[in-house]
Design a protein around this ligand. Structure first.
Ligand code: GLY
Length: 290
């Protein structure tokens, strides 16, 4: 184990916790171009200026990093009138052949769902799309897949009815929904993500003992990320993307033996976005992706 990672005190059999399917790089990732109105995107600090051209360059770098790993990337049609459209992870939760089309918590983002739903139907093996209805709201950034578990963060965007709708959508799939509270920041995955099938990185300022116990309880190891931007990494089979803004996290993950790829998403961080938000991962049949 690398320095800084905690192991579960009484480890469950990790394979039991993961269920019968195995962790693998996704069959495909969907991405969505940066809107020409990206500078108008929702963000906690509207005074921070966003450079749309630089964001486009960084988005290309993100896609190229995925393609260098041999992954298949396809683009959903652009929508220049949807400033946050590049963060398409928020609009769908894909579970095997079933997908939930979400109801984003921010009304301004709800127009983003329909084009992504169409692309999911057209470009993937998903056959069953379930549509969420108000008053339920949920952003995909609040949903973390870990084996046969979906951790859902109750946040400023995702409400209790949204978590219940996710649970209903997962019914019969063998996937268990576990609710957590997001005390600070935008989404659950702003505060924690998987670096590999067995290792969670997290922001210690947001996640406390109660939340960590849920992850330790299914046999994950947990590691505090030295930088806030290090809590959102993107695990793709044996490789992991880490933000350029998190060099110490990258170093710790290299020490874990992971194949770390550093990507500059600085303009997306200004928009409260990060690595996972920029793609929708479509798992391989019989496998899970995060
Ligand atoms: N800018 C990402 C969001 O607020 O949804």
């Amino acid at each position: 184990m690398g320095a800084g990672a905690l192991a579960p005190a009484a480890a469950l059999d990790y394979l039991d916790a993961m269920g019968s399917s195995s962790f693998a790089a996704p069959a495909k990732l969907l991405v969505r171009p940066i809107s020409s109105r990206f500078a108008e995107c929702l963000r906690s600090d509207a005074n921070i200026a966003i450079d749309v051209d630089r964001a486009r360059t960084q988005h290309r770098g993100y896609v190229e990093a995925l393609e260098r790993l041999g992954l298949v990337v396809e683009s959903v049609e652009a929508d220049d009138d949807a400033p946050d459209a590049c963060f398409l992870e928020d609009t769908a939760v894909v579970m095997d052949a079933r997908s939930l089309a979400t109801m984003p918590g921010a009304p301004a983002r709800r127009r983003e769902v329909e084009p992504v739903t169409r692309a999911v139907r057209r470009l993937t093996h998903v056959t069953d799309v379930i549509e969420m209805q108000l008053p339920a709201t949920l952003d995909g950034g609040d949903v973390l897949r870990v084996g046969e578990h979906l951790f859902v963060g109750l946040s400023s965007r995702t409400n209790a009815a949204g978590a219940a709708a996710l649970e209903l959508a997962a019914k019969g799939s063998g996937i268990r929904v576990v609710r957590l509270t997001v005390r600070d920041g935008l989404h659950l995955k702003s505060a924690c993500t998987l670096a590999s099938a067995g290792l969670l990185v997290y922001d210690a300022r947001v996640l406390g003992d109660e939340e960590l116990a849920c992850f330790l309880g299914i046999g994950l190891r947990v590691m505090p990320a030295p930088e806030a931007a290090g809590a959102n990494v993107l695990a793709l089979g044996g490789a992991v993307l880490v933000s350029l803004a998190a060099p110490k996290t990258a170093e710790l993950l290299r020490a874990e033996g992971l194949d770390v790829h550093v990507v500059d998403v600085g303009e997306m961080h200004k928009a409260d976005g990060a690595l996972t938000c920029l793609s929708l991962r479509i798992p391989r049949a019989g496998c899970w992706s995060t």
